[in-house]
Design a protein around this ligand. Structure first.
Ligand code: APR
Ligand code: MG
Ligand code: MG
Length: 189
């Protein structure tokens, strides 16, 4: 992933820009009434069968990165979430797509707000069943025989979504560095 500052990215002529966001929350809920799940992290199953984050292409002649991201979230989630410049995490050249820069954001919410997003995504979102096949929560725990996070990481992801997820899980303290190393190692087996 070739990272650059948002300012440098915006100064590049002729590049297209896409913005995506990781929505996350703390939770007390327990799997099977026993295992603390601790955090909710939302991703989506895309039309192309790949996992990714909600968001999409923005048109800088008409909108800012953040307002374009809000427009995409309205289409894909059915809720016009405000994402602010402070929610920006990283900008990088997209792998495999020439002249595309992807900007990654993360926004912390309450569990009840996340549930509202999940509900709206299947009821009012115009992209539901088309560009977006469904929202998914990332299992952040470990289960028998590589289940949980290692199995999730073995799926196929769009662009840099997998590495964006891993670095966000680490930098926001949602999974320890030790557990992340274990998860990526088990995922690659
Ligand atoms: N990291 C890097 N690149 C990404 C990521 C990511 N996490 N997520 C998506 N991309 C790339 C995709 O490959 C795509 O080319 O960014 C581009 C735009 O992202 P989308 O979310 O797919 O764009 P969106 O505007 O929601 O969809 C519009 O994009 O993929 C095309 O033809 C497809 O009609 C669709 C159009
Ligand atoms: Mg879209
Ligand atoms: Mg999209």
């Amino acid at each position: 992933m070739s990272q650059m500052s948002k300012e440098d990215a915006l100064s590049l002529p002729r590049h297209r820009h896409a913005c995506h966001v990781m929505l996350y929350a703390d939770t007390d809920s327990k799997l099977f009434g026993r295992y603390q799940t601790k955090h909710i992290v939302l991703m989506q199953m895309r039309f192309d069968g790949l996992l990714g984050f909600p968001g999409g292409l923005v048109d800088l002649s008409k909108e800012t990165l953040e307002s374009g991201l809000s427009r995409e979230l309205e289409e894909e989630l059915g809720v016009a979430l405000l994402v602010s410049p402070e929610d920006h995490v990283s900008s990088s050249l997209a792998p495999a797509v020439p002249n595309l820069i992807t900007h990654f954001y993360a926004k912390k919410m309450n569990e009840s707000e996340i549930k509202e997003v999940e509900k709206a995504a299947v009821t009012v979102a115009k992209d539901h069943g088309l560009e977006v096949l469904g929202m998914v929560r990332v299992p952040l725990y470990f289960f028998k025989r590589g289940g949980g996070l290692p199995a999730f990481l073995s799926n196929s992801f769009i662009g840099s979504a997998r590495s964006q997820l891993l670095s966000a899980l680490q930098s926001f303290g949602l999974v320890s560095q030790q557990e992340l190393a274990k998860a990526t190692q088990q995922a690659n087996q």
